[in-house]
Design a binder for this molecule. Structure first.
Ligand code: ADP
Ligand code: MG
Length: 318
């Protein structure tokens, strides 16, 4: 099977003309339409076998996770999906693998109204790049800069599950709830849209809560203080790892793809109401202050020592 036959068989069926797409797969460029009062938000993510996912993982799961993590960047920006491109590097044209991969991709492309509009197919070590394109009303993208002292800091969902799942993956008694959080992260797209005009800054949690809040603090020129006992931890995580490890996973473990947002105190109630209405409740975890950096206080108000040793095992890839 040649390159063009492969594209025609597995990826052309995913191409759809739709709202905002004049031309999808098959030409030199895809052609997207934006309203006069809209801007294009673009983000690309690459997943490498053996680095970002286990080499022998189920291909449909790899496809879905890669698309969902890319869509999470649109969610953090408050953008709505238009379509995505796929740069696929394959060791060989394995038909069973490609069938399952394309099926997984089709499920989530449909679920998130984000059709495949083009791509590139090459031979080499298994690597998947997904570039998502989204629309956002002019001047209303949620950015990392914009947090102001006095703002509340809130997160969606619960934290730490996805990264704990990687350790669970190594044990026979895998906790299904944690594994699902790893393989099927939920891009908080409607929450991102609802927070336009309410949040002062936003990010999706891919590197870990502390690291990602650090990005907001740096971009905004502020300090962020959070409270350990306020962090939303799932029962599955507490049961699988114990309370102390659960906190470490929540602070340092990435891959959750929840949103962390800063909201002016005057808008916090409205933001939480909107989030609850969407079924994506936000939890208040801290506040924005003058200064720099991120610190986490324990129940006694003492800053936790977070540097060095404690988080090294998160540096290990799956
Ligand atoms: P070009 O040589 O002009 O870059 P290609 O031969 O790489 O074009 O691709 C032919 C068409 O198939 C293009 O429209 C391209 O976007 C699409 N395409 C190639 N690979 C993929 C893929 N993995 N998924 C979706 N579309 C693809
Ligand atoms: Mg090409």
């Amino acid at each position: 099977m040649g390159e063009f036959e492969l594209i025609r068989r597995y990826f052309l069926p995913l191409s759809k003309a739709g709202a905002g797409i004049t031309l999808g797969i098959g030409d030199d460029c895809a052609l997207l339409e934006l309203g006069a009062d809209e801007q294009l938000a673009v983000s690309i993510d690459t997943a490498v076998a053996g680095v970002h996912f286990p080499r022998d993982a189920e291909p449909g799961a790899i496809a879905r996770r890669t698309l969902r993590t890319a869509l999470s960047d649109l969610a953090a920006a408050g953008a709505e999906p238009l379509g995505f491109t796929l740069a696929l590097t394959l060791p060989d044209a394995d038909e069973t693998w490609l069938t399952a991969f394309a099926q997984g991709l089709a499920i989530d492309a449909d679920a998130y109204a984000c059709p495949l509009i083009g791509g590139d197919t090459t031979r080499g070590p298994l690597t998947i790049s997904v570039q998502v394109h989204g629309r956002v009303p002019k001047g209303r993208m949620l950015a990392r800069r914009g947090a102001t002292p006095g703002d509340h800091v809130l997160v969606s969902g619960s934290l730490g599950d996805a990264r704990a799942a990687l350790d669970v993956l190594k044990t026979p008694e895998a906790a299904p709830a944690l594994l699902e959080r790893y393989w099927l992260p939920e891009p908080r797209l409607s929450l991102g849209v609802a927070l336009r005009g309410l949040a002062s800054a936003a990010i999706d949690i891919s590197d870990g809560l502390l690291a990602d809040l650090g990005h907001i603090a740096e971009a905004s020129g502020v300090a962020i203080q959070i409270h350990a006992e306020a962090l939303p931890l799932s029962q599955a995580l507490r049961t699988a790892t114990g309370a102390a490890s659960a906190l470490e996973y929540a602070l340092g473990g990435g891959d959750d793809y929840e949103l962390a947002v800063c909201v002016p105190a005057s808008q916090a109630a409205a933001a939480r109401r909107e989030a609850a209405r969407l079924g994506n409740p936000l939890t208040l975890i801290g506040e924005v202050m003058t200064g720099s950096g991120v610190r986490c206080l324990d129940a006694q108000g003492q800053a936790l020592g977070l540097a060095g040793q404690g988080f090294q095992h998160f540096g290990v890839s799956p």
